[in-house]
Structures are given as C-alpha cells and as structure tokens.
Design a protein around this ligand. Sequence first.
Ligand code: DX5
Ligand code: ZN
Length: 219
Amino acid sequence: MIAPSILSADFARLADELARIVGADWVHVDVMDAHFVPNLTLGLPVVEALLKVTDIPMDCHLMIDDPDRWAIGYAEAGAYNVTVHAEAAGDPVKLAKDLRAAGAKAGLSIKPGTPLEPWIDVLKHYDTLLVMSVEPGFGGQSFMPEVLDKVRQARGLVDTGHLNLLVEIDGGINSETIELAADAGVDCFVAGSAVYNADDPGKAISALRDRAARTRGGA
Ligand code: DX5
Ligand code: ZN
C-alpha cells in the first residue's frame, strides 16, 4: 500500500492536490504542533475540511504532545487511521481503545531512536505500527536504514501471530529505499516528496507500488 503525504503538497490548493494522487491507498496527513516536533502544520479544522473533499481513507499522523487529549477528535471526524506517538502518549492502551470505539483504526508510531521491545504488549491493542525512518518534523529528509531492524522484528511478530497489525514506514521513501523497506517486511509506505515532486503523482504511486511488490515477491 502507498500512502502519499500531503506535507509535500501545495498547502494553498489542498483539495486539488488530493485529486492528483490517483490510485493512492491512503492519504497521509501530518499534524505537527511545534512542541512534539519543531514544526507546525495543520490541525483538526483542516482535516475536517479535507475529509469532505476526498474518499481516500485518511491516515492522520499526529506528531503532537498530549495525544490522549487531542487524538479522539480526528477519529470522531472520520479519519480512517489515527496514529499517535509512543513517546507522547500517556496511556496508549486506553487511547487505542478510545480511537477504535470512535470508529477509527489505531496507530502507534515510534521515532528512529525508540526501541520496539517496550511497546510490544501495547501494540496488541493497535492496528498499525508506524516506524519513522527520519526524525519526525520535516519532509524531504534521507532514509535511515538502521530502523529496518525494527521493521524485521515487527514483521516477525506479525508473521508468528504475536501481533496483528500493518507495518507502516514513514520518511525518505523513494524508488530505491522502498526496496529496502519492502524487503524488511513493510506493508504500507508513506511517501511525500517522492510522490508530490513527481510530474505525475499517479504514475509515481504505481511505480512505487510495483517496486515494493516485486521486492516482496522475491523477484
Ligand atoms: C515527517 C513526516 C512524513 C513526511 C515524509 O515528519 O511524518 O510523513 O511527509 O516526507 P518524505 O517522504 O519526503 O520523507
Ligand atoms: Zn508522517
């Protein structure tokens, strides 16, 4: 699955930019609060407006402090998947239950320096694990291959039935790095600049998906 990130889109024309990502499985929306990360993007009112103009399932990535207080609004608004950061959540199990009760999938994200082990039990309550492959905050950064060990570990836990979730990766995904990520066992690839900086975002999405599928297929 390919989830283009609108962080690299033209913020003055977001409805048009959503229409350009033909064939996207999800649309990834990066919410930043200038506290959890050193950048500020958009929040619930903009997400609500975007939900009205697209049928693409929305993947909200909340890079914010106190998600225990704020995440539920995104689920109630109709986001398909709401991802909070493990480093910011106070009671991540309760948060997952609340998100699911509000009708959304629940996602947990870990920054590049955050290990997976301490979160494995918590992840039993989650539908997606978002492994950050850059320091969260900005688009267009270089992929950090050292996070792939965590991807392999998560893939193993899913394949052996210990966890039941989608493994998602975010940051620096392009036509080369997607092969490394696919080989390590990623299910869903977030791509911002690789999709929105392309002349034809729809073509870029299908090219990325083909590359990932070929790698996962062992070709
Ligand atoms: C970074 C965001 C990413 C970002 C990815 O903090 O979470 O979703 O948009 O952008 P690229 O694909 O350009 O690295
Ligand atoms: Zn993101």
